[in-house]
Each structure stands twice: as C-alpha cells, then as structure tokens.
Design a protein around this ligand. Structure first.
Ligand code: HEM
Length: 197
C-alpha cells in the first residue's frame, strides 16, 4: 500500500494547483522582463519618436500591472496546496518558520515590486529624484525574481524545458539594462546613438 504522503503528492488536485502556479509564474516572468525592457525605453526615450512618450509610459504600466497580477495568482496558488502547508505568513515573510532561501528571493522581489507600484500613485508627494531612486529598486527586484525563477524551475524539475525561453526574455532585458547605464559618449563611440544636430 502506498504511503498517504505519496498519495497526497500525486493527488490530481495538487497537480492542477501546481500547474496553475507554474503557468502564472511563467507569464509573470515573461511580463516582468518585458516591463523592465519597456521601462528602459520610457526613461531613455529610445522609442518616443515612434510611439510618443505617453503611449510608451502607458504600455509600461499595463505590463507592470499584468506582472503583478500573474505574480499574485502564482503566489496565492500555494495556499490551495494540500501536500505542503503554505500560510499567508510563510508567503509574505522571508525565511520564517524554516522558510527556504529560494522562496525568500521571490517574496522580497515581489514585495519590492508592490512598493514600487504603490509609490507611482504617491509620486506627487516625492521630489522626482527621490521617486526615481525608489523606482530604481525595480532592478534589484527583477534580479531577485530572476534568481527565484531559476531556482524555482530547478526545484520543480522544469529547468530543462524552460531555460531557453527564460534566456530569450532575460538576455535582451540585460543588454538594455547595461546599455541604459553606459555613459552616452561610449554609446556614441560605438555608433549606437547619434548626437542631436
Ligand atoms: C511571494 C512571492 C513568491 C513566492 C512565495 C513564490 C514561491 C514559489 C514556489 C513555492 C515555487 C515552486 C518551486 C519551489 O519550491 O521553489 C515557485 C516557482 C517559480 N516562481 Fe515563484 N514565488 C513568488 C513570486 C514569484 C514571482 C513574482 C515570479 C515571477 C515574476 C515567480 C516566478 C516563478 C517561476 C518562473 C517559478 C518556476 C515555475 C516552473 O517550475 O515552471 N515567483 N515560486
């Protein structure tokens, strides 16, 4: 006879919840990479001539909202599992009750993203420089969530299938983030941008 724990792990209910958690996680990951890449285009103005500033900014906000929404579905899914016991406390406080490092990276990254999104609503109460300083926490948040996604997919045994798609979203984002912080004379030297006449 099978041990009851083995039965619980294989229950169709938990399998479904895990698939749901993984699907929303993958969507959140892809949208997160697109949000950051598009955010860089908003701040540098590299596509403004094509779309106009307002449209670029609005699409950045749509992508960010979708990332948070799919991220929330992913996180909340774990409350419905019966083979492991996740609680709101375990899903919101890193390393609590024997919490794992790979989960802590997800928790801190996601909470940073929420703080950044909330601060957008309170922009008028900050000087622009302070607000921008806060908004740039998006970079460490994304870094933490990339690490979380990598370790999470590895723990689920999905890395073999996901690594190529994961890199496809990651590499352009990383290249843009590097270019964004390069001094403009280096970009001009490389012929990537032209000086305004
Ligand atoms: C409170 C925040 C979060 C918690 C507690 C959390 C927890 C988890 C857990 C338990 C797993 C299953 C594997 C494992 O045991 O590590 C996982 C996998 C994963 N998570 Fe999260 N997560 C959080 C936020 C996020 C966010 C915001 C994203 C994306 C932007 C994300 C992306 C992923 C991905 C891509 C996987 C792998 C899915 C797969 O195997 O296909 N997570 N996470």
């Amino acid at each position: 006879m099978l041990h009851p724990f083995v039965l619980a792990i294989n229950s169709p209910h938990d399998t479904g919840v895990r698939q749901d958690a993984a699907l929303s996680a993958r969507l959140a990951y892809a949208l997160m990479c697109l949000t950051l890449s598009w955010g860089i285009l908003v701040s540098t103005g590299w596509v403004h001539r094509m779309t106009g500033r307002q449209a670029t900014r609005n699409s950045h906000m749509v992508l960010a909202t979708l990332t948070l929404a799919f991220g929330l579905i992913h996180v909340w899914s774990f409350l419905f599992l019966t083979d492991v016991h996740f609680t709101i406390v375990k899903l919101t406080i890193p390393m609590v009750n024997g919490g794992l490092f790979r989960h802590a990276t997800g928790i801190v990254g996601y909470e940073l993203m929420i703080a950044i999104a909330v601060s957008v609503g309170f922009q008028r109460y900050f000087s622009y420089r302070r607000w921008l300083f806060l908004h740039r926490f998006a970079y460490p948040a994304v870094a933490l969530l990339v690490v979380h996604s990598f370790l999470g997919a590895m723990a689920n045994g999905h890395l073999e299938v996901l690594w190529l798609a994961g890199l496809t979203f990651f590499v352009p984002m990383a290249v843009m983030a590097v270019l964004r912080f390069m001094p403009s004379r280096v970009l001009m030297g490389a012929g990537l941008v032209e000086e305004d006449a």
